[in-house]
Design a binder for this molecule. Structure first.
Ligand code: NDP
Ligand code: 8X3
Length: 252
């Protein structure tokens, strides 16, 4: 794995950051992405003791910015072996009649279209080299809809469909495609969903032991370290206290 280069979207927080740290400790060259430049700088400094790091700050919603960022990569970072399509969030949690249209736009533009733009920008070189590995971060929300989850669940169901479609279309091209679908993971996810209302965000994880971002990073690492003929196509993971999108045992 030491000579491989990984491109991680959403590396400034949560699952993406934990994955960046684990990859760095294992010596992968890293391209770390996110909008918050201060965090990218800090992370890059921290991980540069382990490996070479390049940062790209762009909003995945902006297709020109996505393509110009990917096309700006210095030569030593231009051959991407692993793409972790992780950037994304939920915005709001409302019934469909009360939902905020700007939240709907954000979720569909970031979680679905952003993932497509980044993949489209990175795929040509993987196709040329007949080699690559794309991991799409889906969700249990991409397998099952929960009350007030409507559009977030739709965006993650779309990730599930895109993951399947990518795998079909890239079959025979030497490129692995797979999804990791986490259940509840304690990250900044709920802070973002509830627009900075920390009390509401904390309540999501009260009374049970949620997954940690490092748990998902471990699974991503497992997926990328399988032998060449093995592709983890679709993996769903929940914490022990969670049985489905709606059933979480809060009495542990
Ligand atoms: P965090 O909020 O901790 O991290 C989200 C990351 O996405 C940040 O690095 C953020 O960077 C980036 N991001 C968000 N919007 C944009 C944008 N417009 N352009 C570029 N980057 C963006 O959440 P998680 O780590 O939990 O989420 C990561 C992924 O995991 C998401 O796809 C989420 O849907 C999925 N997931 C999360 C679960 C959970 O319970 N936490 C469960 C299942 C799936 P920045 O703000 O700097 O741009
Ligand atoms: C994040 C998990 O259950 O909050 O995708 O939708 S959930």
């Amino acid at each position: 794995m030491k000579n491989k280069t990984a491109f991680i979207t959403g590396a400034t927080s949560g699952i993406g950051m934990a994955t960046a740290k684990l990859f760095a400790k294992n010596g992968l060259k890293l391209i770390l992405c996110g909008r918050r430049e201060d965090r990218l700088k800090k992370l890059s400094k921290e991980l540069s003791t382990f490996t070479e790091v390049h940062t790209l700050s762009f909003d995945v919603r902006n297709k020109e910015a996505v393509f110009s960022a990917v096309n700006s990569l210095p030569k030593q970072f231009s051959e991407i072996d692993i793409l972790i399509n992780n950037a994304g969030n939920a915005h709001g949690m409302d019934t469909i009649d009360e939902g905020n249209i700007d939240d709907w736009d954000a979720m569909l533009d970031i979680n679905v279209k952003g993932l497509l733009y980044v993949s489209k920008a990175i795929l040509p070189k993987m196709m040329e080299r007949k080699s690559g590995h794309i991991i799409n971060i889906g969700s249990t929300a991409g397998k099952e809809v929960y009350p007030k989850g409507n559009v977030y669940c739709a965006s993650k169901h779309a990730v599930d469909a895109i993951n399947q479609g990518m795998r079909l279309d890239l079959n025979g091209k030497g490129i692995k495609v797979g999804a990791i679908n986490p259940g509840l993971v304690e990250t900044e996810f709920s802070e973002v969903r509830f627009k900075g209302d920390s009390e509401k965000a904390e309540k999501v994880y009260q009374g049970y032991t949620p997954l940690k971002p490092e748990d998902i990073a471990d699974i991503i690492w497992f997926a990328v370290t399988r032998p060449p003929h093995v592709n983890i196509a679709d993996l769903t993971v929940m914490c022990l206290d969670q049985a489905s999108s709606t059933i979480v045992n809060k009495a542990s």
